[in-house]
Design a protein around this ligand. Sequence first.
Ligand SMILES: *[C@@H]1O[C@H](CO)[C@@H](O)[C@H](O)[C@H]1NC(C)=O
Ligand SMILES: *[C@@H]1O[C@H](CO)[C@@H](O)[C@H](O)[C@H]1NC(C)=O
Ligand SMILES: *[C@@H]1O[C@H](CO)[C@@H](O)[C@H](O)[C@H]1NC(C)=O
Length: 363
Amino acid sequence: MKGLVVVLLGLALVSAIGASPARRPVVPAMFVLGDSTLDVGNNNHLPGKDVPRANEPFYGIDFPGGARATGRFSNGYNIADFVAMHLGFERSPLAYLVLKSRNYLIPSALTRGVSYASAGSGILDSTNAGKNIPLSKQVQYFASTKAEMEVVWGRRKVSKHITNSFFLLGTGSNDLFQTKPKSQADVAALYATLVSNYSAAITDLYRMGARKFGIINTGPVGCVPRVRLLNATGACNDGMNRLAAGLAAAFKSGLATALAPTRLPDLMYSLADSFAASQANFDNPQASVFKNADSACCGSGRLGAEGKCMRNATLCSDRDAYAFFDNVHPSQRAAEVSAQALFVDGPTKITAPISFKELGEKR
Ligand SMILES: *[C@@H]1O[C@H](CO)[C@@H](O)[C@H](O)[C@H]1NC(C)=O
Ligand SMILES: *[C@@H]1O[C@H](CO)[C@@H](O)[C@H](O)[C@H]1NC(C)=O
Ligand SMILES: *[C@@H]1O[C@H](CO)[C@@H](O)[C@H](O)[C@H]1NC(C)=O
């Protein structure tokens, strides 16, 4: 059965490569909130030496158009870029703090969108506090972007712009990395807090006019090389995966309730089960599209996961064959495969109730 899933995902992939991306975006803009899987450079503009940043080689070594570290935790594009491409954009909108520093926030917000995603951030303000832009702050930055857009375009036009825009959200893993719940009651309390704070953030965006939400659920964090390293056999940490799967299930039911049409009319969302999508690669390495699904391409020591990905690290040569680029983050190729799965309709779809594709095209 698991083998079958992998094969089917593989087929979906083949058909995607044949299709050229839409020329015209299906939405007027894209706004991105979340963590390092989506960050395109915000953290480079945050002060503090403990801020996680992907600002030096070998990050970006395969970045299209010329190797350069852009703040993406990838050898090239990340998931936000591929989602943007599927929607018809060239790549992810630029990072909020980059746009601010170039005095280009509003032109971008009105034509392509803005990314508020920040590596290390979680749903809770307390997650890696002081070293990232937490979700609540990302929402505030969107509120100030909206106010600035209104100065230029007026309320009515901005309202229409926001209503039709695509809001991409991906967060929650860092909240799990940070906590060690001791009892079932602790776990239940953690899930309840995360669901409630996530729903609150989405509801705030809704009140500001957002209607289309593409949400990437938490994945199998127990399978990243940095966690595998803790096990002598390099196995995934089942306890951590159970915790993540439980959170993904809590988000699924919690968001269905919190975002129900009776409460938030006209809100549309697509929730992606990234657990199901990536788990296939780890359960059955032989059938995986990646030759290597347990080690970091860039790093050092055992599983490439003991040392950071930096200038003096070891870099693999066949980067598309690795599921992970550094000891936590997907390679460009893995990001491409993941993003592709979000846009698949039909029997292999990992999104509910609709796919990212349907969400993007909805009027
Ligand atoms: C979670 O949400 C509550 C109320 O909705 C808020 O008071 C609190 O600051 C939030 N906590 C964090 C850590 O973000
Ligand atoms: C390492 O992984 C194996 C296989 O999943 C498991 O049986 C074992 O308990 C793990 N060891 C530790 C220390 O977690
Ligand atoms: C790379 O350099 C850093 C210091 O800049 C050092 O801590 C680390 O151990 C080095 N890694 C390797 C693999 O030599």
